[in-house]
Design a binder for this molecule. Structure first.
Ligand SMILES: [Zn+2]
Ligand SMILES: [Zn+2]
Length: 398
């Protein structure tokens, strides 16, 4: 890595008013996954004002901006997600969501504003970029099944020019404001979905001996899945199995024919992911068979585990250490079992996913909550983080 360059934070501070305005615009009109039409218009308007060329994709509301397209060096992509959540906002902010049942409760409004801010400071920088920087605005991160990253990739966002490195970030309330957290290797989990339909024999609640009781079998399955976690996997390889919904029955004295359980399996290791699916199918069938009940198992793979590339991560961590000071670019304790479709890019291109500190003491601010209200000062750190990461990767690759 070459010697110390000027930090990006002062330039980012100068664009803070613009970033705040962009963020408020996104925040007031949140849109759910694959419906980010107005959001796209706002991104396109901002890129136009910044004189940054961009590409859009017809029906699919993603946008790709390109800074320094004429530069010969390595191509770095920076990614922000665009979608909001089906939550009714209760922050009381003056720029709160205009729509009940829609809220930027995961901070994707912040991510987009930071990415526009990074575009602004990179494109106006007095020192020329070594290579092109692509700005990926990706819809539908919250969709959870196919997600928006795959359609972006299918539409060529990693080609023309071909992307050498990719960086993304997510606001994180457990990291203090002013800090950025990084980590090498497994960083977030693979998230798979299951639905178990337990078929018993319905009837009067006073005669349960007449057939398998779907409620009792379903309850045994819920408990049995927990011993699956504690007895099948290596204690040093984290796995989560959670049942998030249980549906069956209509009243106290009628046994239903059927109970439906839905849940999620979270793993970090691809082999464990396969093992857990097979083990879950086996265990569920065995429990049902032991009392003569039938069970239908539907199992669907969601986002793969997010694994940060060691080399790219260390290069970015070094750049962030120079930008903010080593005590503000902190290594994380370990992975979290949340999922993120940024993993789809990292399956194809080396890069890293960072956690941007928005933690404020004394204020409840957990992601996906109706009161989530990150501190806007994180916009400066977020924009400087993306710019420094891009520059660091381009310099480190030379
Ligand atoms: Zn989220
Ligand atoms: Zn999110």
């Amino acid at each position: 890595m070459p010697g110390r360059l000027e930090p990006w934070a002062p330039a980012a501070r100068r664009v803070l008013p613009a970033m705040r305005a962009w963020r408020m615009g996104f925040h007031q009109e949140p849109e759910l996954s694959l419906h980010e039409e107005r959001t796209r218009e706002k991104v396109v308007r901002a890129l136009t004002e910044l004189n940054i060329p961009f590409t859009t994709f017809g029906d699919f509301p993603g946008v790709v901006g390109l800074v320094g397209g004429d530069r010969p060096g390595p191509v770095v992509a920076l990614r922000a997600d665009m979608d909001a959540l089906p939550i009714t906002e209760q922050t009381g902010l003056p720029f709160a969501s205009k729509y009940p049942g829609r809220m930027h409760a995961c901070g994707h409004d912040m991510h987009m504003a930071c990415l526009l801010g990074a575009g602004a400071i990179l494109s106006r920088s007095p020192r020329p970029l070594a290579g092109p920087v692509k700005l990926l605005f990706q819809p539908a991160e919250e969709e959870g099944n196919q997600g928006g990253a795959l359609p972006m990739i299918e539409r060529g966002c990693l080609e023309h020019p071909k992307v050498d490195y990719i960086v993304g970030q997510h606001v994180e309330p457990s990291v203090p404001l002013g800090r950025v957290a990084w980590g090498v290797g497994p960083f977030m989990a693979a998230a798979d979905f299951f639905r178990l339909t337990v078929r018993g024999r319905g009837g009067h609640a006073s005669t349960p001996h007449q057939g398998p009781d779907a409620i009792v079998v379903a309850s045994e399955i819920v408990v049995g899945l927990q011993t699956l976690v504690s007895r099948i996997r290596d204690p040093l390889d984290p796995v989560v199995v959670s049942v998030g919904s249980v549906h069956g029955g209509t009243r106290n004295n009628i046994l239903p024919d059927e109970v439906v359980l839905e849940g999620t399996v979270r793993t970090l290791n691809p082999t464990t992911r396969v093992t857990m699916e097979a083990a879950l199918r086996r265990r569920v069938r065995a429990i049902a068979a032991s009392v003569g009940a039938r069970v239908r198992v539907e199992y669907r793979h969601g986002y793969p585990a997010l694994v940060n590339h060691p080399g790219a991560t260390r290069t970015v961590a070094a750049a962030l250490g120079m930008e903010f000071g080593r005590d503000h670019a902190v290594e994380v304790d370990g992975p979290i079992m949340g999922a993120e479709d940024f993993s789809r890019y990292l399956e194809r291109v080396p890069g890293t996913f960072l956690r941007l500190g928005v933690g404020i003491s004394g204020r409840p601010a957990s992601l996906h909550s109706a009161t989530f209200a990150p501190d806007e000062r994180a916009l400066v750190v977020g924009a400087a983080t993306l710019a420094a990461a891009a520059e660091g990767l381009q310099a480190g690759a030379r």
